[in-house]
Design a binder for this molecule. Sequence first.
Ligand code: GLN
Length: 454
Amino acid sequence: VTVSDLVDQSLSRINDIENKVKAFITVDEENVRSQAKKLDEQLGTDASQHPLFGIPSGIKDNIVTQNLLTTCASKMLENFDPIYNATVMEKLNAQGALTVGKTNMDEFAMGSTTETSYFHPTYNPWNTNYVPGGSSGGSAAAVAAGEVMFSLGTDTGGSIRQPAAFCGVVGMKPTYGRVSRWGVVAFASSFDQVGPITRTVEDNAAVLEAISGHDHRDSTSIHREVPNYVKSLTGDIRGMKIAVPKEYIGEGVSEESKEAVLSSLKVLEKLGATWEEVSLPHSEFGLGSYYIVTSSEASSNLARFDGVRYGYRTEDPKNLLELYKKTRSEGFGDEVKRRIMLGTFALSAGYYDAYYKKAQQARALIKKDFDEILSKYDVIIGPTTPTPAYRIGEVVDDILTMYANDLLTIPVNLAGLPAISVPCGFTNGLPLGLQMIGNYFDEETIYRVAHAFE
Ligand code: GLN
C-alpha cells in the first residue's frame, strides 16, 4: 500500500460515516492528500521506517497546528489559524504521521460529553443516541469509528481516559512532564497532558514514544530518556502485584462497572498477577479539590482571550473595558464562564486560604495516598468511569452529575501520575473501560499489563 491509499481509505470512511458521528471540526482533505503524495516519494527510504510513517491521525482541536484552524471548539477561536506547530505536532510530522483533521471537544476542554462544543456535539459510534464522553470525545469517536488510525487528546481530569472508555478504545494519560505542553492551549497548566487514543495498546505505545521527551520550551517537561514502550509489551505479567482501591468499587460506582473490574481481575490472575484490596482514604476530596484548583488555573490562563491579541473581538466597543467585557461574554460558552467565575472567586483575596489553599492541601494528601500504595504495588486498577456513556442531553444541564463522572480519573491528575483506559466489556451495547494507574514515569509497566490483558 502507498500512503495515498491509506489516506484515501481514511477519507472515504469519513465521507461515509462523519454525518452520523461528527467527530471532526475541520477536515483538511486537500492538504492531507498533497502531503501523502510527498510521503509516497519517500517510500523505501529510511524515513519510511518510522512506525507512524504515513499513518492518518486526528488531532484534538486545542493542539496548535500550523495553517490548520485550531478552535478549542470555541467561538473565541473560531478563526484562529496558527502560524506554528505544537511540539507534539513537530514530533509527529518528523515521523511522517499525517493529520487528516482536527477533532471535536468540549469548549476549551471543559466538560465530559463533547456537548459544550460551540460547533456541534459528537455522537458515540456504538450508539449515536449516546455521548462519546469528553472532553476529547471527537478524538475517541474518530478512532472508534475507524476514521483515523490514532488520535491525540488532552487529559486534565480524565479527558483522554473517559472518552476512550465510552468509545471502547485505548487512551493513555502520561505522567505529568512526560510530553511537552508547548503549543497546547492551556486549561489547567499543572494538570494538562497530551496523550494517544488508539485501537490497540501496541499502537498506543508507539504513538506515546513518538510524542514524549524533554522540550526546552516547556519548563515542566522532564529531562529523562524516552523508553522503548513497544519493547515493554512482553505479555509476561507473572508475579505482578495489583492494588484495587475499595473507594473505586464503592459508593457512586455502578454494578456493571464493578462487575467488569472483578471479571477483568480474574483474567489478570490467570496471567499470573495477584491482587489485593487497598484504600486511598483521601479520594473523597478529589472532586472538590480538582474543581477549585483547575478553575483557578483556568481563570488565569483564559485571561489572555481579551479581544486584543487574537481570536474573537466584539464589534464597535465604546471603550477598552467594554471591549474586554463584550468580547468575553460573547466569545465564551456557559461552561467556560462558570469555571472562570469559580476560579476568580477561589483566588480572590479573603477566600484564597479557605478554598485554593485548602484544595492544594487536599491535593497533597491524595498524592501521598498514591505514593504509599505504589511503593508496594506495580499498578492500581479500577473502573475508568462509574457508569457507561450517557444519553445525548442527559447531563449537559445537570452539572453536578457531569462533574461526578470524573470521580475515578481526577485523582490521577491531581497526583500527576500516568494511567490508561482499556476496553473491558460491554453493558447494553455500550463499552466499559478498565483503568490502570502506574508509578511516575513508569508507563512501561502500565503498557505491559494492559497489553497482556487486552
Ligand atoms: N471533565 C473534566 C472537566 O470538565 C475533565 C476535563 C479534561 O480532562 N480536560 O474538567
